[in-house]
Write a new protein. Structure first.
Length: 82
């Protein structure tokens, strides 16, 4: 009976460790949002790159694409992040 309990507890521990690992290394680092561009005074669809600021918490740190620019690098001052 004790062996079953130990196996069960080991499984629970492994599940918790996997959960915390995936929360800390979640692959969704780019998110899309519809925002209002303060420079062009029009709505825009923007892809933000998020960086980890603490365990499981991410903040937008860069703009990877914007519907107001052609494909390629965003060359504005990125006022939409403020």
């Amino acid at each position: 009976m004790a062996i079953i309990l130990y196996v069960f507890l080991a499984g629970v521990l492994i599940a918790w460790l996997a959960f915390f690992y995936f929360v800390n290394h979640w692959p969704l680092k780019v998110v899309e949002h519809n925002v209002f561009c303060p420079v062009h005074k029009t709505p825009a669809k923007i892809s933000f790159v998020r960086s980890k600021v603490s365990f499981g918490a991410y903040m937008p740190t860069n703009v990877s694409s914007c519907s107001l620019f052609p494909q390629g690098q965003v060359s504005c001052e990125k006022q939409c992040m403020k």
